[in-house]
Design a protein around this ligand. Sequence first.
Ligand SMILES: NC(=O)c1ccc[n+]([C@@H]2O[C@H](COP(=O)([O-])OP(=O)(O)OC[C@H]3O[C@@H](n4cnc5c(N)ncnc54)[C@H](O)[C@@H]3O)[C@@H](O)[C@H]2O)c1
Ligand SMILES: O=P(O)(O)OC[C@H](O)CO
Length: 328
Amino acid sequence: MPAPIGIAGAGAWGTALANVAAAAGQDVILWMRTAEQAEAIARSRTNERFLPGIRLHDRVRPIADLSTLTSAAAVLLVTPSQTTRTMAGQLAEILPADTPLVLCAKGIERETNAFLCDVVEDVRPDAPVAVLSGPSFADDVARGLPTAVTLACRDGELARTLATVLSGPTFRVYHGTDLRGVEIGGAAKNVLAIACGAVAGRGLGESAKAALIARGFAELLRFARAYGGEAETLMGLSGLGDLVLTCSSAQSRNFAFGLRLGHGMSLQDAAAGKLVEGTASAHALVTLARARNVDMPVAEAVDQVLGGLCTIDAAVDSLMNRPVKSEQ
Ligand SMILES: NC(=O)c1ccc[n+]([C@@H]2O[C@H](COP(=O)([O-])OP(=O)(O)OC[C@H]3O[C@@H](n4cnc5c(N)ncnc54)[C@H](O)[C@@H]3O)[C@@H](O)[C@H]2O)c1
Ligand SMILES: O=P(O)(O)OC[C@H](O)CO
């Protein structure tokens, strides 16, 4: 694309994606909230607060003036899920109506229980929206370690174009049209990863963790089907791929949060000052599940623990002692 790629949000993932797009040959405008931060990053060519030790690609231009994104060929929205409505609203005021917005946050809007694509379409109706999701730790990606992710957009041609633009030698982007399936995978895996971390923290063993991933995947699939996602999508990178990654590594902030809870840390301290998207989306996820009679016992257990209504041990006990049932 001749016009630059715009990135709104210069946290760990926004900065890693800026380097990815630059490595794929694009000029990149990386927006952040303060001029001080933009100047510091422009000077040092590193984002020491959010992605320490990684050199910013020469093609990336840090800026603090959101209106600079007006010229972008596409804008990647990479701020926390709960800021999506505000950010999309601000972008709607400055972007041409045909500029695609690619959602990179993983979550559900807590106040309205709305999927993030719906939030964006609420504030920017008729403009193209896409989702990028899949197994991808910012630090791995920024260090050039290989991974593959999915980009979905209802307009299949646009999905293909965006996937091509962002793909590089170590970042392979598949494309598809199942927007709902892709965004559900990213939002739900964060909640399930908290459960896996908690189980690890309680020292319940690798077998328990594998069982939890499998049962978590079963409920993720049921939920996605109930909300119009395709099973094949959930079996792919943005579903199973990201679930397995996030549920099995303390590099995940959601898993690490669960791990600390399992070690006995308080809900307040366990986040350790990091963004833990599963805590913001758990209640919305189970509320949406109940609204369509989808059984999500693992997500329910996480929501109960986060609400202070249940201990981890009691939650495990109640999951293990549900009535015997068919696996399907
Ligand atoms: N870090 C990863 O490995 C990774 C990978 C894939 C997806 N994601 C998703 O990307 C999203 C962002 O995650 P991250 O890792 O970059 O988080 P982060 O905590 O590293 O960075 C968050 C960024 O958002 C900005 N921000 C915070 N509050 C804001 C507000 N109210 N308005 C505007 N900007 C605000 C911060 O200044 C920062 O630049 C999350 O939804 C996460 O699930 C992260
Ligand atoms: O650190 P987490 O738990 O937010 O996970 C980061 C990415 O979503 C992994 O794909």
